[in-house]
Design a protein around this ligand. Structure first.
Ligand code: AGP
Length: 366
């Protein structure tokens, strides 16, 4: 391995373990919540906004899906999230009062950039980029920008860019809640305080690596995997499946757990591991019955159980418990073991983890 990688074997592994630092850096200049975090004049834009249109691709699209749950629940603004390459070729109905948010690690992804230009051509003037590269085309072509400080991401599989996007989108949620007065100052300050604890919380999750390695040993032998989540953890299930596909070449699909009986349950056998993102929220009881549906068909469960949930190891049910419960911010924690699972499974299969076949780090062509 290159000297700069020490003590890691791959950039992806290094980038997974850099997340506490990347998150702390992304929050470092945030003294308090104000729209101006997103650029001069942001208040004027936010005041006029009646909805959000989030455009992105791949992992960045999944961070947008998580943000939809946060923004609608906390700031009470309707949010539409769309795959950039679909939006640009569709005859959509423009709403000039929508805040168009493009999310991109590179800020150069051709489809996302074209979607932004398409939105502007349709008359959208409230535009915001969430990018990891301050000098990128996307950051230059939007009225507002928030630059994540993940640092250079080399592994094709995006990891630290994703969690720093989530942190930035949570800041956006709080700034919108402030403008819309859906939260008072004390509540905003309390939520910001919780966000500041996230680097330490992610650090504690990284310590679960040995348990994830033992899961990965079984995954290396599998040809398919199913990921289930509910609510704001559904996009985390999608992200877990994408990571596994990209670098281990195992076919993986994600479903919102309630959809299981509407089709994918037919696929469940003992050869289909089912990863369950099980947060400690209102949907937990529902999720438990989805898990029973899987067990009844001989499916083996791999459950990322939240702290304070009563899901125990048993025959065919492997449980890893998260160190702490984190409320709305829990997607940031639950994604980390899924990144590690994909990484260690790929390692077991001997694939080229940092440069998986057929993929490029930035997709700058259509
Ligand atoms: C993620 O692991 C991918 N390699 C890919 O989906 C990526 O997130 C997508 O191409 C978008 O890239 P961007 O964030 O640089 O725009």
């Amino acid at each position: 391995a290159a000297a700069e990688l020490e003590p890691y074997q791959h950039y992806m592994q290094k980038e997974i373990f850099e997340q506490p630092r990347a998150l702390a850096d992304t929050l470092t200049d945030v003294v308090s919540i104000t729209p101006e975090l997103f650029g001069d004049g942001a208040w004027r834009h936010f005041k006029d906004v009646d909805s959000l249109l989030i455009l992105a691709c791949g992992t960045s699209y999944y961070s947008g899906l998580v943000a939809k749950y946060w923004i609608e629940a906390i700031a009470r603004i309707p949010v539409q999230v769309e795959i950039a390459s679909e939006y640009r070729y569709r005859d959509s109905v423009p709403n000039p009062r929508a805040l168009v948010v493009v999310i991109s690690q590179s800020g150069e992804t051709a489809d996302t950039l074209a979607a932004l230009r398409h939105a502007k051509a349709l008359g959208h003037s409230h535009t915001l980029a969430i990018c990891n590269v301050g000098s990128s085309t996307m950051a230059r072509e939007t009225a507002l920008a928030y630059i994540t400080r993940a640092g250079v991401e080399i592994g094709v599989a995006s990891t630290k860019a994703f969690t720093t996007q989530l942190a930035s989108l949570y800041l956006l949620t709080l700034a919108l809640a402030q403008t819309r007065e859906t939260l008072d100052d004390a509540a905003i300050a309390a939520r910001l305080q919780q966000l500041r604890h996230i680097p330490a919380a992610v650090q504690a999750v990284l310590a679960l690596e040995p348990q994830i390695i033992s899961w990965a040993q079984s995954f290396t032998r599998m040809e398919n995997a199913l990921f289930l989540g509910r609510g704001m953890h559904y996009p985390i299930a999608l992200e877990g499946a994408l990571k596994l596909k990209e670098i281990s070449y195992i076919h993986a699909e994600a479903y919102p757990a309630g959809e299981l009986k509407h089709g994918p349950l037919a696929l469940v056998t003992s050869a289909m591991p089912v990863v369950v993102v099980a947060p400690n929220d209102a949907l937990l009881e529902k999720l438990k019955s989805n898990m029973q549906e899987v067990r009844a068909r001989g499916g083996v469960l791999y459950v990322l159980a939240d702290a304070h949930t009563r899901i125990e190891n048993s025959e065919g049910t492997h449980v890893i418990r998260m160190p702490e419960h984190y409320g709305d911010l829990s997607p940031l924690l639950h994604v980390v073991p899924l990144q590690l699972l994909a990484y260690h499974t790929a390692l077991g299969k001997g694939t080229d983890v940092d440069k998986p076949r057929n993929l490029a780090k930035s997709v700058t062509v259509e």
